[in-house]
Design a protein around this ligand. Structure first.
Ligand code: GLN
Length: 446
């Protein structure tokens, strides 16, 4: 069914980089056999899943949407992929993205841009744009994405679905090709909140193979979906509804707050005073980490190797010049500069201090409130090509998602309205490891 739907929609959406048709059919047949032999159904039994192409899958090409990894076939599964196998979902294929997860529109894919199913002239968001588009188009039941500065939440908002970025450390990053290791988190993209809770249940948990994995006990997320938000204390940061926010987006968020009021919750305006520095700090820190993480792509160990190098240094230079696209090169240069001796204190260290201040902003608000609510992005999806030549404008779309990533706390995006026929996302942010309250709040709105 999934493949029939893909055949019908893929020409206009272009979500997949690699399809796993043969493998998926075999896996589904095996699951059927096990069931007939009396085995219990797994949590996600038989559900067709799409995996963002920066999560490694054994024997299934994994490119990060980069020419550099055009021929890379991993020899192991990422922890989340193993967990999905245990939960018995079926991997349909690998989903397009911005190259190495750097971007917010899918236009940085070195293959082709994925399109927004609501209107194919618009971007699906990014970097997990195809993870969102494939769920919205009904090609898969759910997908996995990764979120470093908004890459699950923003595409979920643009495509009118649900996207959850868990607390940093809740889901193992083992087998996620690293972009900015101190920020990267894997999470589910689904049609509704209940499915989000199920998929999170399947992928969360301590993993010794990820040194930043948190050793916390995992609650039953679906039992949190009570529909009850009476007495819930909501904070609404004035910085998230200020200048630059589309009036329609603001209106949709205010309407959502009215719904929460009618359900017995209360809300107040608060301030996260360091928000204005978040984007600068993020792009500096994320690029610094990326410049270090991407040093492993040398043309020797993985991926495509340049032809006819004069010597080893030339091999590195040629492979990296040919393999990486412009946005990736831009970030490697920025990050290398910020980390170089003489500039380290002025840039990298300063940005780390800003990050601490941002985290403290959140800590203070969470002393008095249960959740923070605002928009996921300042606007609905924009047109394909509209922002390509202007990376700085593209960076500013992340204003509401990046501070959350820097603070490491969980957040979900759920649909809350439309502007000119395109969906608007409501962002619900919670305390660290309090996914249950985030999911409960989101579920009550649906
Ligand atoms: N748009 C942001 C960036 O380009 C976020 C990316 C992400 O979360 N992977 O860095």
């Amino acid at each position: 069914e999934s493949f029939a739907r893909i055949k019908a929609t893929e020409a206009s959406i272009q979500a997949f980089l690699t399809l796993n048709e043969e493998g998926a059919r075999q896996h589904a047949a095996e699951l059927d056999k096990q069931l007939q032999a009396g085995a219990e159904r797994g949590l996600l039994f038989g559900l067709p899943a799409g995996i963002k192409d920066n999560i490694v899958t054994e024997g299934l090409r994994t490119t990060c949407a980069s020419q550099f990894l055009d021929n890379y076939n991993p020899i192991y599964d990422g922890t989340v992929v193993s967990k999905l196998k245990s939960a018995q979902s079926v991997t349909i294929g690998k989903l397009n993205m911005d190259e190495f997860a750097m971007g917010g529109s899918n236009e940085n894919s070195s293959y082709y841009p994925t399109r927004n199913p609501w209107n194919t002239e618009y971007v699906p968001g990014g970097s997990s744009g195809a993870s969102a588009a494939s769920v919205a188009a009904g090609q898969v039941y759910f997908s996995l994405g990764s979120d470093t500065g908004g890459s699950i939440r923003q595409p979920a908002a643009y495509c009118g679905i649900v996207g959850l970025k868990p607390t940093y450390g809740l889901v193992s990053r083992f087998g996620l090709v690293a972009f900015a290791s101190s920020l990267d988190q894997i999470g589910p993209l689904t049609k509704n909140v209940e499915d989000s809770a199920f998929v999170l249940q399947a992928i969360a948990g301590y993993d010794a193979k990820d040194s930043t994995s948190a050793n916390v006990s995992i609650p039953d997320y679906t039992s949190a979906l009570t529909g009850d938000v009476k007495g819930l204390r909501i904070a609404v940061p004035k910085e998230y509804l200020g200048e630059g926010v589309d009036p329609k987006v603001k209106e949709a968020v205010l309407n959502a707050l009215k719904v929460y009021e009618s359900l017995g919750a209360t809300w107040e305006e608060v301030s996260l005073p360091h928000t204005e520095y978040a984007i600068a700090a993020y792009y500096l820190l994320a690029s610094s980490e990326a410049s270090s993480n991407l040093a492993r792509f040398d043309g020797v160990r993985y991926g495509v190797r340049a032809d006819n190098p004069a010597n080893l240094i030339d091999l590195y230079r040629k492979s990296r010049s040919e393999g990486f696209g412009p946005e990736v090169k831009r970030r490697i240069m920025l990050g290398t500069y910020a980390l170089s001796s003489g500039y380290y204190d002025a840039y990298y260290l300063k940005a780390q201090k800003v990050r601490t201040l941002i985290k403290q902003d959140f800590d203070q608000v969470f002393e008095k409130y249960d959740v923070i609510i605002g928009p996921t992005a300042p606007t609905a999806a924009f047109k394909l090509g509209e922002q390509v030549g202007d990376p700085l404008t593209m960076y500013l779309n992340d204003i509401c998602t990046i501070p959350v990533s820097l603070a490491g706390v969980p957040a979900i995006s759920i649909p809350c309205g439309q502007a000119e026929g395109l969906p608007i996302g409501l962002q619900i942010i919670g305390k660290a490891f309090d996914e249950s309250t985030v999911l409960r709040t989101a579920h009550a709105f649906e």
